[in-house]
Design a protein around this ligand. Structure first.
Ligand code: XIL
Length: 414
């Protein structure tokens, strides 16, 4: 989902919230200590920031248990040209995670966005109603050949079998490359439309709605040990989109299509977030279907309207706290990930101040709300934390030194 769509959605939520009147959620107490579970706290991470910003790196290593590459594992990054994979940046990030004992949540194999140019913008003749059948050109060598092939698909779209093969080859190549280092994947990202049907994408359009099934089967075959997720936004509360997703899952399960979990993105806003009971209800629905659940991309925007008497940071802490307590209360909820560390680098802009640490890396009330919802970190992540402390970064070199040796961040994976 692009930032504009997010802001539009946030706008709608805000208006609905205002129409409903001042329904400020009361600050709820943390659950009793004995019911707290050791749910790992993850965050989306950018390799560039890890390299350039010591505070970013230190905050990550001090406060987070796992990471999701924010953009580095998307198709545009990994397969910029057809059949040519570039793992340089992704390898460096996965390497960083491995050496610091942090599991990686792989994001995202099949999505309608973050696509390389050679995949998108096809089917121009279709758009104007000509519906020419896909043209298959003989493979011509060199740039001219590639250019011609691309122009043909721009005009006529993909043949189903050709795009299916591109999709499954991408899944197989990427998952095998990272097998052993990336144990869980968002195989399909954002497959649902608001009306509960399939969302439009090049995959849906030229393969058909069964692209989801083909993607999941290809993923299981590529790395049978990996956990496979469908990741979605706007399905945290009852509504047509959630019902559509539940229906999709039911259908997949009926036909023995492999699927291990559902990622609830949880992009939200202080003027329209969901309470703990609602979120728990959604999580329990997927748990009852035998699935794991993760909060995968939480952020809580705080901008927009001037509402009197509203303390933005308190309200934000309530939103985060409700989601974290819901996750703690449902055993199937296995990870809680925020979409970034610091407001300074949020994808929706520093003005939204949507994350757990402010632009100066100071923890916000939301951070305490999340931490208080789960078991204290030292009790649950002792081994990775100790390991992390052994490693020190040499300022400016991108090299990590420990046990008398240094390893460069820029070096490829083993
Ligand atoms: C976003 C990244 O955070 C941005 O840096 C990038 O420009 C666009 O994508 N849902 C998703 C994520 O599944 O991949 C998106 O990430 C945010 C919305």
């Amino acid at each position: 989902m692009g930032p504009c769509r997010v802001l539009r959605r946030i706008g709608v939520l805000a208006v609905l919230a205002l129409l409903a009147g001042p329904q400020v959620a009361s600050a709820q107490a943390a659950p009793p200590k004995e019911t707290l579970r050791a749910v790992p706290l993850g965050t989306a991470v950018r390799l560039s920031a890890l390299r350039d910003d010591t505070r970013y790196r230190d905050t990550f290593l001090r406060e987070f248990d796992s990471l999701t590459p924010e953009n580095e594992l998307k198709m545009a990054a990994l397969q910029p040209r057809r059949g040519q994979f570039d793992f340089t940046t992704a390898d460096a990030l996965v390497d960083f995670a491995r050496r610091n004992g942090r599991p990686v949540h792989g994001h995202a194999l099949v999505w309608g966005l973050a696509l390389p140019p050679w995949v998108i913008d096809h089917g121009a003749s279709d758009e104007i109603g000509l519906r020419l059948p896909p043209i298959v050109l003989p493979a011509l060598p060199g740039a001219l050949g590639k250019g011609l092939a691309n122009s043909a698909t721009v005009l006529t779209g993909w043949r189903r079998d050709e795009l299916l093969s591109i999709m499954t080859t991408h899944i197989r190549t990427v998952m095998r490359h990272f097998a052993g280092d990336v144990a869980e994947w968002d195989v399909v990202n954002e497959p649902m439309a608001d009306d509960g049907g399939p969302s439009p994408s090049v995959w849906r359009r030229f393969i058909g709605p069964d692209y989801v099934e083909h993607a999941l089967r290809a993923a299981r075959a590529a790395d049978p040990k990996a956990k496979l997720f469908i990741n979605e936004y706007g399905v945290e509360a009852p509504g047509r989109k959630l019902e559509g997703l539940v229906e999709l899952v039911r259908d997949l399960q009926k036909r023995d299509v492999p699927l291990d979990g559902i990622g609830l993105q949880m992009h939200s806003h202080i003027l329209g977030f969901h309470d703990q009971a609602t979120l728990e209800g959604t999580m329990r629905r997927f748990a009852a279907m035998g699935l794991e659940v993760q909060v995968t991309e939480m952020d809580v925007g705080t901008s927009l309207l001037n509402v009197a008497g509203l303390d933005r940071l308190t309200r934000q802490a309530e939103a985060y706290g409700a989601a974290a307590r819901a996750c703690n209360a449902v055993a199937a909820c296995q990870r809680f990930t925020t979409w970034g560390i610091t407001d300074r680098l949020s994808w929706i802009g520093v003005g939204e101040a949507p994350l757990l640490f402010d632009a100066a890396y100071k923890p916000k009330p939301a951070f305490a709300a999340v931490r208080n919802a789960f078991a204290p970190r030292m009790e649950r992540a002792a081994a990775p934390a100790r390991q992390a402390r052994r490693w020190r970064w040499r300022a400016g070199t991108g090299a990590r030194c420990g046990w008398g040796s240094c390893s460069g961040l820029r070096a490829g994976r083993r």
